[in-house]
Design a binder for this molecule. Structure first.
Ligand code: TMP
Length: 202
């Protein structure tokens, strides 16, 4: 059976990580070979680009280009080969994040994003995208509670995350078959039930 490509999205602090770990365990227990990966990152070069992206101030177009450069490498070296071997790929973020952060958050035009997306992955899209939707004020509290030093994105103000969230909601409205919203404000067990239902459909 062919593998599936599942991506997790949402504003920083929405709580993707715990649920990614759960989904990986769930898929493995169902007997599927699964590769877990992330963006920006997922390859040695992509991880170097990630370090730069999360720390160095840069022009917003440089930021978008580097996100797609890392993605080009990720698709070529990891995502497509794994899917071709029949494995499932679960990625913590993919191109919807660029639409949400560089498009919604920073204001890069949709035309430029579409051109980059077309260049890097044409008609290829995840089979399923789970958007963890959460009020930015609650996400900020969750992030502060981790005690970790915030990166360049996590330091952005609440208005930035409100715009990122709105862009994710727009992505879900544009492609409701692929992009599914998860109410991340619920208790973890309830979030898991939502996830289980959606993944069972797949
Ligand atoms: P993470 O903290 O969820 O690992 O993601 C790293 C950060 O990179 C997060 O703040 C979102 C941001 N990001 C973008 O701005 N655009 C993108 O295309 C991707 C993949 C991530």
């Amino acid at each position: 059976m062919a593998g599936k490509f599942i991506t997790f999205e949402g504003i920083d602090g929405a709580g993707k990580s715990t649920h990614i770990a759960w989904l990986l365990a769930f898929l493995r227990s169902a007997g599927h070979p699964v590769v877990a990966t992330r963006e920006p990152g997922g390859t040695p070069l992509g991880e170097k680009l990630r370090e730069l992206l999360l720390s160095e101030p840069m022009h917003l177009e440089t930021e978008a280009l580097l996100m797609f450069a890392a993605r080009r490498e990720h698709l070529d070296k990891l995502i497509r080969p794994a899917l071709a071997r029949g494995e499932w790929v679960v990625s913590d973020r993919f191109s919807d994040a660029t639409y949400a952060y560089q498009g919604g958050g920073r204001g890069l035009s949709r035309d430029k994003l579409l051109a980059l997306e077309e260049w890097v992955h044409g008609g290829f899209q995840p089979d399923l995208t789970l958007v963890f939707d959460l009020d930015p004020a609650i996400a900020a509290q969750r992030l502060a509670g981790t005690g970790n030093a915030p990166d360049r994105f996590e330091r952005e103000p609440a208005e930035f995350f409100a715009a990122v969230r709105a862009a994710y909601l727009e992505r879900a409205a544009l492609d409701p078959g692929r992009v599914r919203l998860i109410d991340a404000g619920r208790a973890p067990e309830e979030v898991r039930v939502q996830l289980e239902r959606i993944v069972a459909d797949l």
